[in-house]
Design a protein around this ligand. Structure first.
Ligand code: GLY
Length: 394
């Protein structure tokens, strides 16, 4: 269990490195528990959430081999209604949280066989998902291409607007008394065997009782973290498009629609304000956020196959973000192995979905309790370097 220390007067109990949605929710929930909290980030409220589509898709994003992550995803999905209501009440903002469901469709015999397999996996995991014929899919979503051969209806997969979520979390933090240092964290400071704060890029020392590293895809870059404890997080680029549905065409889609086209996933997420988000590529290119012609072309081509009418819509934004991927695609939550340093990172494809449970889990640990049951499989310790074997150490 991490111990809490108090430093000089004005030292916060908690310093969160990273002001994306994961850092902000950690700060908000910790402040709600009576801790004094500060956040270090040059642009809090930015990060991957600025790009993300905002699917809350525990069911339709279930992948073979990721069944262990499902329990955490479902725990967070269950918290969403209360979490969104509490945040909306705290800030007076509509977060674009809608429980309108998701439809995953197939085009040809191979797609259909693959989707059937996904359906079997969902049913084996006790999830609520209904197989529909192509005609039933088009009855639900008339803009779908006539070639749709069948699909899965998952009414439990919802959506939120991640930009509004980030903006609301920022306001909620400010109202809860969280302090913001607008700059880069450069180095973790330690004394003996514990973290004592950070030093910013301009040389300012910020001592703290506990430090939470929530830097998304940059989490592995903070100097001063002992080598064996550096979070194994890598950037996975996602290019995303935003189209605008003119009022005369609304509602264009009433729920999230997704498919696997040419072996890659494509999804279309509608919003009431006419925004239609199309995502996303998945590219391992380091910290590159260039929007490429190939990325835009591939997304439009695949989305067009799914919903041909998109060609009529204005293309209003193209953007690329970096998912923080971990070796097992699951987050790292809780004590890092160095006293006073905790991790909340590696959320990969599920950062928006996992925001509520991450806030609750981190606040619990920061208050001195152990890692809650639901988060125990996601302790950073699972990646601790194994002791060298005789062969390697010879
Ligand atoms: N969760 C959607 C994505 O990562 O593209």
């Amino acid at each position: 269990m991490p111990s809490r220390t108090s430093g000089p007067p004005g030292t916060p109990d908690v310093l969160v490195v990273g002001g994306g949605i994961i850092g902000l929710v950690t700060a908000w929930r910790a402040a709600g528990r009576g801790l004094t909290v500060a956040v270090v980030d040059p642009e809090p409220g930015g990060g991957a959430a600025r790009v993300a589509a905002g699917m809350l898709a525990a069911v339709t994003e279930l992948h073979h081999g990721e069944e262990g992550l499902l329990a955490l995803n479902l725990a967070s999905a269950r918290r969403y209604p209360d979490f969104a209501a509490e945040l909306a009440e705290a800030t007076g903002d509509d977060l674009g949280y809608r429980r309108s469901g998701t439809l995953a469709v197939a085009f040809d015999t191979d797609d259909r066989a693959q989707l059937r397999e996904v359906h079997d996996l969902q049913l084996r995991c006790g999830l609520d998902s209904e197989w529909l014929s192509g005609r039933e899919c088009r009855r639900l979503e008339p803009m779908l291409a006539p070639g749709v051969r069948g699909g899965l209806r998952a009414d439990g997969d919802h959506r939120i607007d991640p930009r509004r979520l980030a903006a609301a979390l920022l306001i909620a933090c400010e109202r809860a008394g969280v302090a913001f240092h607008r700059g880069w964290a450069a180095r973790l400071d330690t004394a003996g065997d514990r973290a004592t704060g950070i030093t910013t890029a301009d040389g300012t020392a910020l001592p703290a009782g506990q430090v939470v590293l929530a830097g998304g895809s940059l989490s592995g870059r903070l100097a001063g973290v002992p080598e064996a404890l550096v979070p194994p997080v890598r950037p996975v680029k996602g290019q995303v498009l935003r189209l605008t549905v003119p009022p005369r065409y609304r509602p264009f889609l009433s729920r999230t629609v997704r498919a696997v086209v040419r072996g890659g996933p494509v999804y279309l997420v509608p919003r009431e304000n006419g925004e239609l988000v199309i995502g996303a590529t998945s590219e391992e290119l380091g910290h590159d956020t260039t929007v490429t012609a190939g990325g835009v072309y591939g997304l439009l081509r695949d989305a067009h196959e799914l919903v041909p009418g998109i060609t009529e819509l204005p293309l209003t934004e193209t953007l690329a973000g970096l998912r923080p991927g971990s070796p097992d695609n699951a987050p790292l939550l809780g004590p890092s192995g160095l006293d006073g340093l905790l991790l909340a990172t590696g959320h990969f494809r599920n950062g928006v979905l996992l925001t509520p449970v991450t806030g609750d889990v981190m606040a619990e640990v920061l208050c001195g309790a152990g890692l809650p049951e639901v988060a125990r499989p996601f302790s950073p310790g699972r990646f601790a370097a194994p002791p060298p074997t005789l062969e390697h150490s010879a």
